[in-house]
Design a protein around this ligand. Structure first.
Ligand SMILES: Nc1ncnc2c1ncn2[C@@H]1O[C@H](COP(=O)(O)OP(=O)(O)OP(=O)(O)O)[C@@H](O)[C@H]1O
Length: 250
């Protein structure tokens, strides 16, 4: 087998995950380079969630290898994967509704300052500044920076979750159905955010049932079927018909 690629942000090889007798993922291999968006598609039960949970430290693989920049890595937990630069954004986004963008970016890791040089208090100014800078880096404009995120639209909430990952320096963002449940204008905003992540040299794994979105934003697509890799294509070299055939098999 060939050498691992030292320029790859993430390279997984022959990953398998069994749940008792169920082989949820079999011999899965994938590489992501800086600035690449790789879509993961497949019907229900194909193994997409299992794959992202292995790569984000939720499940240990039954076998196989994970490397970052050519170096072997293991993830003891999602926190550990995050510390190594892999952030997963699930559909629920894990935002605290009552807090602002800054509050959400720093959730549980708030910057403090000392009042009168003694009393530790939240450094709200630093939080607001980080929120402003982070959203500007994503080229995403929100007028009410200090409003609770419960007031935000679905696309804005996605932007906050992405902003938090970017602030904490995620090199790879795994996004689980980020455009499901959004109206068309909001879907466009999320796709624009993904393009912004690309220009920053980050890698994105984009899980979606929506082939239109995949074709709009991905560079490459990997199709899973019943835990197996049914095919991998450059987006420029394929079309939705071919992808649907790979998904359903036969
Ligand atoms: N914790 C678990 N215990 C046992 N079996 C599991 C577990 N998690 C997933 N599976 C099985 O593994 C297979 C792959 O499931 P997975 O959730 O990864 O698919 P998926 O492609 O994400 O589907 P969906 O689009 O419906 O989310 C399924 O047969 C599922 O029943």
């Amino acid at each position: 087998m060939s050498e691992f690629d030292p320029t790859a942000l993430l390279e997984v090889r022959n990953l398998s995950k069994n749940f008792g007798a169920v082989q949820a993922l079999k011999d899965f291999s994938m590489t992501i380079h800086p600035g690449e968006v790789v879509a993961l598609a497949g019907d229900n039960g194909a193994g997409k969630t299992t794959m992202i949970k292995v790569v984000s430290g939720v499940f240990a693989p039954s076998s196989g290898e994970i490397r970052m920049q050519g170096k072997p890595v293991t993830f003891a937990s999602p926190q550990d994967a995050r510390a190594q630069g892999i952030e997963t954004i699930y559909q629920d986004l894990a935002l605290a509704d009552n807090l602002s963008i800054g509050g959400n970016i720093f959730l549980g890791r708030e910057p403090m300052r000392r009042l009168w040089g003694v009393l530790p208090v939240l450094d709200r100014k630093a939080m607001a500044e980080a929120a402003r800078e982070t959203m500007a880096r994503l080229d995403f404009h929100v007028s009410r920076l200090n409003a609770p995120v419960s007031n935000f639209s679905g696309g804005q909430r996605q932007a906050v979750a992405i902003g938090r990952a970017v602030y904490w320096n995620a090199q790879i963002l795994i996004m689980d159905e980020p455009t499901a449940a959004l109206g068309v204008p909001e879907q466009r905003k999320v796709l624009a955010l993904i393009r912004q992540l690309k220009t920053q040299g980050r890698g994105v794994i984009f899980i979606s049932h929506n082939l239109q979105d995949i074709f709009a934003v991905a560079d490459r697509i990997v199709v899973l079927r019943r835990g197996n890799t049914a095919g991998e294509r450059q987006i420029a070299d394929t079309n939705p018909d071919e992808i649907v055939k790979l998904m359903v098999g036969g």
